[in-house]
Design a protein. Structure first.
Length: 124
């Protein structure tokens, strides 16, 4: 397999299985959910070895460092050689369960409920 020194960002994030489809990866880049070396990145940005990629997937932040740029999707065992995962550990289930959530279909919060929510968030 011939490898380039740089590849498109959306292609690489898809190839290392961080997104299910390449169009999902491109949409996340356009929405500003992907940053390379601290700056927002477009899907066509060329990345190479030692670039740090930060992205939000499913509400969690992932931080990976490119070790080998690849353009084609590969098996899970090969993915381990293409990146270094520096993501923080996911929050525990106790923390996730303690976060209050509105019931689905409950509608918009009333003015009183919104003030209570803001008070909980510390946005007084």
């Amino acid at each position: 397999m011939v490898e380039n020194q740089s590849v498109r960002l959306d292609s690489w994030v898809w190839a290392v299985r961080l997104f299910k489809t390449r169009s999902d990866a491109a949409a996340a880049c356009r929405a500003g959910h992907v940053r390379v070396n601290g700056t927002a990145a477009k899907p066509g940005l060329r990345i190479g070895p030692d670039d740090e990629v930060r992205l939000r997937v499913g509400g969690l932040e992932k931080i990976v460092v490119v070790t080998r740029p690849i353009a084609k999707r590969v098996g899970a065992s090969v993915v381990a050689d293409c990146l270094i995962d520096r993501s923080p550990p996911p929050p525990s289930k106790e923390i996730l369960m303690s976060v209050p959530r509105r019931d689905r279909g409950a509608g918009r919060p009333t003015k009183r409920e919104r003030r209570e929510i803001d008070k909980l968030r510390g946005l007084d």
